[in-house]
Design a protein around this ligand. Structure first.
Ligand SMILES: Cc1cc2nc3c(=O)[nH]c(=O)nc-3n(C[C@H](O)[C@H](O)[C@H](O)COP(=O)(O)O)c2cc1C
Length: 347
């Protein structure tokens, strides 16, 4: 999947991505993923030159009340910035208060409003992708948040509900008119969730229609895909989700290609060390979470290792025939098991 060291490199990508006054370079972002984009993963993606990272989805109502359980979702570690606080809700006033709390924490460089989450319980309340039903309401929310904070405000959304109900032109217009500084646009409809075709032609059209930066998202698997999207769809940047799971060095490869440099992949031992650092970070983060929630009887290691299984599963893409390896990876319970699994997978 990666480029061999002697392969020709793409032409350098000229400009940086500007979100308000924030310069993002390289023009790449790690897509927010609930239960996955926690501090240890984000920290490693940033070290591997991902331009921007975002927190997990955080409930505005809990954040506005400064509920400790909610604040835990906004836990961040050194060297992660630029970092977006990714929040959801439906009430402009509560969203604005939540944004103020996030800004006061002093750890974030922008506030990102979720207008794309397809979970029925969220959509039913008019939150997440539910906001796409009413661009006017979304505009009010963006305006309220923009008036409450100094940080740039962005929106992450989708192209529509179904192919019969594409609403992105109106939604993008609402974000821009509300004062949004950029749009993160997932090129799939709500009914497709995270699967299937992402419509980059439509993403590209929205980029041409709007003045604010448009960062495209959906289905990018390789550095070549990322560069192709930037140069052909002419988006201001690309956001990557699942392709970075287990292989965060993808961002480093994209950075090298954006700069017209040849990229050398990390050696297997380096890859294992990076991923082990992530697992150990997840154990520390889970320990903190159990303390917050006073879960004295829970051990952090098994739940941290369980979270890491997603990364192992992605490392095994295309190797379904290796049943023993799959079994080993999907049954890891301790940090030592993870090391053994990584040593078997990354060779
Ligand atoms: C497990 C998982 C959790 C996700 N959680 C969120 C979320 O909390 N907020 C959001 O805006 N998108 C969320 N997404 C969508 C991603 O941000 C992204 O838009 C999607 O995965 C498409 O990008 P990709 O094809 O590069 O993975 C999630 C996706 C996955 C797979």
């Amino acid at each position: 999947m990666s480029t061999p060291p002697d392969a020709p490199v793409a032409a350098p990508v000229p400009a940086g991505l500007m979100i308000g006054s924030l310069r993002v370079w390289p023009p790449t972002a790690l897509a927010p993923m609930a239960g996955i984009t926690t501090a240890p993963f984000r920290q490693i993606c940033r070290r591997l030159r991902c331009g921007l990272v975002a927190t997990e989805l955080t409930n505005a109502e809990g954040l506005a009340r400064r509920a400790p359980k909610t604040l835990h979702f906004l836990e961040s570690w050194p060297d992660e910035r630029p970092l977006a606080a990714h929040i959801y809700g439906h009430d402009p006033e509560i969203m604005a208060r939540a944004a103020v709390v996030a800004e006061e924490l002093g750890r974030f460089d922008l506030i990102d409003i979720n207008a794309g989450c397809p979970a029925p319980k969220i959509m039913r309340r008019g939150e997440g992708a539910g906001l796409m039903k009413s661009p006017e309401k979304l505009k009010l929310i963006v305006q309220a948040v923009c008036s409450a904070v100094k940080l740039p405000v962005t929106v992450k959304t989708r192209i529509g509900f179904t192919y019969e109900r594409i609403v992105i032109s109106e939604v993008a217009q609402a974000v821009e008119e509300g004062g949004g500084a950029a749009l993160f646009l997932h090129g799939r409809t709500v009914d497709r969730r995270h699967a299937g075709f992402a419509d980059w032609a439509l993403i590209s059209r929205i980029k041409q229609e709007r003045k604010i930066p448009v960062i495209g998202n959906g289905g990018i698997l390789t550095a070549a895909d990322a560069l192709q999207r930037i140069t052909e769809a002419k988006v201001d940047g690309v956001m990557i989700g699942r392709a970075a799971l287990g292989t965060p060095w993808l961002f480093d490869e994209i950075a090298a290609r954006c700069e017209g440099r040849v990229w050398t992949p990390p050696a297997p031992a380096e890859k294992i060390a990076l991923l082990m650092e992530m697992v150990e970070g997840l154990v520390r983060l889970t320990e903190m979470e159990h303390k917050h929630r006073r879960r004295v009887h829970y051990l952090p290691e098994p739940s941290a290792v369980m979270q890491f299984r997603t990364h192992l599963a992605h490392l095994l893409r295309g190797r379904v025939h290796q049943r023993d390896l799959m079994r080993q990876c999907m049954s890891v319970k301790t940090v030592a098991d993870v090391r053994a699994a990584l040593e078997a997978v990354i060779t």
